[in-house]
Design a protein around this ligand. Structure first.
Ligand SMILES: Cc1cc2nc3c(=O)[nH]c(=O)nc-3n(C[C@H](O)[C@H](O)[C@H](O)COP(=O)(O)O)c2cc1C
Length: 336
């Protein structure tokens, strides 16, 4: 083990929730839950990461209980048929391995793709009643998540999906209802125990535009994040494509750094960590850990690297670099 990785795994507490390590599994859609119901295979997949040094798992996006939320039949839900029971099995397997797990609540908004037979899908403008039913759908999913044994809930307000569409001036030029994501957070907060962490994931970039921005200045970002905090968010998950990239001029701080600095809330960083074997012994890994030590962010989320390397944290911590595979696109269709 190198000096840089000797202290790789440290127990931490996140908004009152004790975690075995500061590593998080980033949410990754896998489309392996037939008719929206998670299976024993899904439980084994998440458990394997919990057994290998991941302190908090954030599930793949789980569609909220509304017909407009998404179209893919194999993306999990919480409220369909046996979905709650399926998730109960997933959460108990993760707990048995000493891990913790958050459900990521997802509504695709206009990113929803045309469904076969309806090629001319165009997104409709939401009206007053739609706001109420969609808020209720998030609240209901959060309620079921608590019953299914989740330790936390994450609201997906990033990457250009429904909630982010209200934050982004390109999809919301008048910035009407820009507080809709905060309203959703408020409704979820009222449904879950007050001690349960409520994480909000946000981003500047969008799936369809990597250069997009919801905030041009720290002050603009502060307004958005302060609204989420006041509504009951207690952790901010700042999604970036590369964790080392600064967000605003004049500072090296990354997006998670700004989130923490502006709100005082704990934050999670993410973005291109561990994608090659060489990363494990690189200056980039040292930088990642040092920036955390210095208080820029609290937790570190790993996405693609955990698809092909479920034991990445264990292997890096033990200095077993030869057992680490470079990330390959094909890893996205593997499932183990
Ligand atoms: C296959 C795949 C599916 C993803 N699905 C989701 C998702 O459901 N929700 C979400 O917020 N982000 C999703 N992401 C983004 C990841 O959470 C993460 O932010 C991104 O992969 C960057 O981290 P990485 O460089 O460590 O992979 C997905 C990424 C991948 C590769």
């Amino acid at each position: 083990m190198t000096a840089a990785t000797a202290a790789l795994v440290q127990p931490v507490t996140l908004a009152g929730l004790p975690l075995t390590s500061q590593f998080v599994m980033a949410p990754m859609t896998r489309e392996r839950s037939p008719r929206g119901v998670p299976t024993a295979e899904n439980a084994a997949y998440y458990r394997r990461r919990a057994e290998n040094g991941v302190g908090l798992i954030i599930t793949e996006g789980v569609l909220v209980d509304h017909p407009s939320a998404g179209h893919q039949p194999d993306v999990p839900r919480l409220t369909a048929g046996a979905a709650g029971a399926g998730w109960r099995h997933v959460t108990s397997e993760v707990h048995a391995a000493g891990g913790r797990i958050a459900a990521q609540l997802w509504h695709l908004g206009s990113e929803r793709e045309p469904v076969d037979g309806y090629p001319s899908w165009t997104p409709a403008t939401m009206t007053g009643r739609d706001f109420d039913t969609i808020i209720a759908a998030y609240a209901e999913s959060a309620r079921v998540a608590v019953r299914a044994g989740f330790d936390a809930v994450e609201v997906h307000a990033a990457h250009g999906y429904l909630l982010d569409e209200f934050l982004w001036p390109v999809t919301n030029p008048t910035l009407a209802h820009r507080d809709f994501p905060a309203e959703v957070v408020r409704a979820i907060r009222a449904e879950i125990p007050s001690c349960m962490p409520l994480i909000v994931r946000f981003s500047q970039f969008k799936e369809r535009d990597y250069s997009a921005r919801i905030a041009e200045t720290p002050a603009e970002l502060a307004t958005i994040l302060e609204g989420l905090r006041a509504a009951g968010a207690d952790v901010l998950h700042a999604s970036q494509r590369r964790f080392w990239e600064p967000v605003f001029g004049g500072s090296d701080r990354n997006l998670a750094g700004w989130a923490k600095h502006l709100t005082g809330l704990p934050s999670i960083t993410v973005g291109s960590i561990g994608l090659t074997r060489g990363f494990a012994s690189s200056a980039r890994l040292r930088e990642l850990l040092e920036r955390r030590e210095q208080g820029e962010y609290d937790l570190i989320a790993l996405g693609r690297v955990l698809l092909g390397n479920p034991a990445w944290v264990t292997h890096v911590g033990a200095g077993r670099f030869a057992e680490i595979n470079d990330y390959r696109k094909e890893d996205e269709v593997r499932y183990f």
